[in-house]
Design a protein around this ligand. Structure first.
Ligand SMILES: NC(=O)c1ccc[n+]([C@@H]2O[C@H](COP(=O)([O-])OP(=O)(O)OC[C@H]3O[C@@H](n4cnc5c(N)ncnc54)[C@H](OP(=O)(O)O)[C@@H]3O)[C@@H](O)[C@H]2O)c1
Length: 494
């Protein structure tokens, strides 16, 4: 086979790198089919032949959600590590009257891309913005753009979603569920699509104590969901009962999406990557990078600013976070390995059970790091966070440790003729804490056997280029970058 490959590669007519790459894939695939049985053996064998970057050479990918926290890092990682990637089509919607070119410029203006601009400025020209909106009919993509995607794309990463827990049920379904259906339908038309990767969430099945890398039955039949929304709209009490133990309509919608991908993928090769709580970057070109107040980021920062002094939970509940670059790298590697089967396969991208950190420990380390830099100006005095599963205790501690000091601090501001702000900040931090109650107080166990087998197929070079093994995270060290990242990129060191 290798002789044949060399021969093909030396043939002048085969200068088109896409053709060479296709030949590699075909040869590798036919060898696997002949000699190997079992998907994991196939993966292991493939990895000896092809590095992750080699897989992407000459390939084009389509990313939805590329303007988001995770999507930006995915884009940056692909451009930084896969030098011969052909094009990256980015779905961008017009927002607040800003055309997509302006949004793309804003996207690339963030510090995450500084290194790329310095080292490989030409790589940015590989980005092709595609105007579209997953909540709109036919994604609102023009016929011309649709044609480009159908002709050219090899891998789809569908990451776009609304992650706002406060969005109403109908919006969750329109954006997350129907949006995924539309992206899937478009993907089915793509001529040379190798893999469709759906970014789900590890909490899509958090009503189960152990979450394996399998797709569980949908929490409710889809017809029933729409009937419910029609009848009860946003009646929170009814919704809570309807969610089948899931904490919110976001996780519920993601569970439905997973089933949608499983049931409706047709001939597409599909992969689901399930990150837990996505936290700042660890090893990308910009350690600590983050631009989103996601669960752990907001909670730890509120603790350090003296806003949160008590959370729901017990001291041993894992803060199941995973650095954003680890999630993106796992998705990149998973797509490179592909899925030769017709079943949708799932990779959990979470903290590793034997290498994890609790909410309490994480918050304490973050506070410790923060105090090295002095108290945040204008904030209340921070103190170690208390944890309790008892609503009574949490309410009492909230009142005595948060509300009263905030009230007094505002009184003092008023006396000095200044605008009060502490009570308002209190309300926001309590709202956040309560929204995260299920996540901070529920013990969950995530299985990651398939992800570990995938990581085992990577060469040592690829493990350095695409770190994604949660076993290797040193949480104590990481929290330092985490803190610095939040200060620098979220709070701008104010
Ligand atoms: N962050 C986490 O902790 C976490 C954890 C587990 C799973 N996930 C999953 O990871 C994915 C990305 O999350 P994220 O944290 O990056 O969220 P994010 O920062 O809020 O980004 C969401 C992305 O989706 C896009 N989007 C939303 N509605 C859209 C629409 N109607 N049409 C087109 N694009 C739309 C947004 O575009 P605009 O810029 O135009 O708004 C943005 O690019 C999601 O699927 C989420 O469920 C995230």
């Amino acid at each position: 086979m290798f002789k044949m490959l060399r021969c093909v590669m030396s043939t002048r007519e085969a200068t088109n790198k896409k053709l060479i790459r296709q030949t590699i894939s075909v040869c590798a695939f036919s060898t696997n089919n002949r000699l190997l049985s079992g998907y994991d053996q196939e993966n292991a064998s493939e990895s000896r032949r092809q590095s992750v970057a080699e897989y992407y050479a000459g390939k084009s990918v389509f990313i939805t959600g590329g303007t988001g926290f995770l999507g930006k890092v995915l884009l940056e990682r692909l451009l930084s590590t896969c030098g011969s990637i052909d094009k990256i089509y980015l779905l961008v919607r017009e927002k607040k009257g800003q055309p997509i070119q302006v949004r793309l410029k804003q996207l690339l203006d963030v510090p995450l891309f500084d290194n790329l601009k310095r080292v490989k400025p030409s790589s940015l020209s590989k980005i092709v913005p595609i105007r579209g909106d997953i909540a709109k009919n036919k994604l609102e993509i023009s016929g011309e753009d649709e044609g480009k995607l159908i002709e050219d794309v090899n891998v789809v990463f569908h990451s776009a979603a609304t992650v706002k827990f406060t969005d109403d049920f109908r919006t969750m379904m329109t954006v997350n569920f129907e949006g995924t259906a539309k992206v899937l339908e478009l993907s089915k038309q793509i001529i040379n699509l190798d893999t469709f990767v759906y970014i789900s969430t590890a909490f899509s099945n958090c009503n189960k104590p152990v979450i394996d890398e399998v797709i569980y039955p949908p929490p409710k039949p889809i017809g029933e969901v729409y009937k419910f929304i029609e009848k009860y709209g946003d009646n929170q009490e009814k919704i809570n009962k309807f969610l089948d133990g899931l904490p919110n309509t976001y996780t519920f919608s993601k569970a439905l999406c997973e089933n949608l991908v499983k049931e409706k993928h047709g001939d597409l090769k599909t992969i689901i990557v399930r990150p837990s709580i996505v936290s700042p970057a660890l090893q990308s070109s910009l350690p600590g990078w983050c631009d989103s107040w996601v669960a752990a980021t907001a909670t730890f920062s509120d603790v350090a600013r003296g806003l949160t002094r008590v959370i729901y939970g017990s001291s041993d509940v894992t803060c199941n976070m995973i650095p954003v670059d680890y999630v993106c790298n796992l998705a990149i590697v998973a797509a490179a390995r592909g899925n030769p089967s017709n079943e949708t396969i799932v990779y959990n991208s979470c903290s590793y059970p034997t290498n994890s950190i609790s909410w309490k420990h994480g918050a304490d380390l973050y506070l410790e790091e923060s105090l090295k830099h002095g108290r945040v100006p204008g904030s209340l005095r921070p103190r170690k966070v208390a944890v309790s599963t008892s609503p009574l205790v949490v309410s009492y501690l909230t009142f005595t440790r948060q509300t009263v000091p905030a009230f007094l601090a505002d009184l003092w501001l008023r006396v000095r003729g200044q605008k009060p702000r502490h009570m308002q900040m209190q309300q926001r931090s309590v709202l956040l804490r309560d929204l995260l109650r299920d996540f901070t107080s529920t013990k969950l166990s995530f299985k990651m056997d398939r992800s570990q087998r995938l990581i085992a197929t990577m060469s040592e070079e690829d493990k350095i280029l695409f770190p994604c093994d949660p076993k290797t995270v040193n949480w104590k060290e990481y929290i330092k970058d985490f803190y610095n990242g939040v200060q620098k990129f979220m709070l701008r060191d104010k």
